[in-house]
Design a protein around this ligand. Structure first.
Ligand code: SF4
Length: 64
């Protein structure tokens, strides 16, 4: 599975990179950059699911 961020929805709230720095990294303009795209372990999947829950913009998705 792949994690995606919809930058048209992202509010730069930072919940993803502050809480899940193994997957998301803050960039200079405040948007998250993906450090990992392919989600191939249960641990990563759990982290992404948590990030999806806390993202206030609904900008993070996990796609097959
Ligand atoms: S938590 Fe959501 S709104 Fe906030 S920076 Fe990450 S993707 Fe953007």
């Amino acid at each position: 599975m792949k994690v995606k961020v919809d930058y048209r929805k992202c509010l730069k709230a930072g919940e993803c990179y502050y809480n899940h720095p193994t997957i998301f990294q803050r960039t200079e303009n405040g948007y998250p950059k993906l450090l990992v795209e392919e989600i191939d372990t249960d641990d990563l999947r759990q982290e992404v699911e948590e990030a999806i829950e806390v993202c206030p913009a609904g900008a993070i998705t996990l796609e097959a």
